[in-house]
Design a protein around this ligand. Sequence first.
Ligand code: PEP
Length: 249
Amino acid sequence: MRTPLIAGNWKMHLNLTEAAELAAAVARVAEACPDREVMIAPPFTSLARVREVCGERLILAGQNVCWEEKGAFTGEIAPPMLRELGCRMVIIGHSERRHVFGEDDQMINRRLRGAMAHGLVPILCIGETLEERDAGRTMEVLERQVRQGLDQVGLEDPARLVIAYEPVWAIGTGKTATTAQAQEAHEFVRGLLADTGEKNIAEGTRILYGGSVNAANVDDIMAQADVDGALVGGASLSAETFERIIRFA
Ligand code: PEP
């Protein structure tokens, strides 16, 4: 019942020409794979150009969003601005936002609520650092990030939220969580969603895995019962590799 979602996070990469070429290639693959959803999150500056080649099926997303719809927020992008550029989704709370730019759970919650208020589907990113995992605190960290990230969010429709479990130590490092570690975390997060009391929310919300997903490991990761897709960084920058990931077995 959960349609798989393969999402590419381009981070701060590609010029306009490269972005349009890659998006056009990914759009062709998305058209050819109607049983799964495909999303890309280019840098803000490429969104208008990329939109021209996205077609109907490829979902466009922002890499972050402000909670306000306009005002004195230098450097930020408002939800209606993303909507105007054709974005349907937005990444929120990515590990680089949390750990490089100091965004905390409260700020991430504000961003998430702002996105939802404007009809954007947020991908709420959560994940523990290596230090936290080694200290046996993984589930405690995930619980805090889910509960605080979703504070004051009325979850009614599972299609309106996506969660991405991305262990910080696996992002951009070439280290992947084992399939057992991924499944354990995903099952735990689904259990937290079940606490909302709405059975359809826990069963219907997609939980993506992220952290050095590539062509060689995607099939095993996607075979886990509670893994509903992948959030892919580095490997989404190659049309060929990303196509293989989208076409996971
Ligand atoms: C990410 O950016 O969310 C990510 C998982 O990156 P990578 O696939 O490069 O580890």
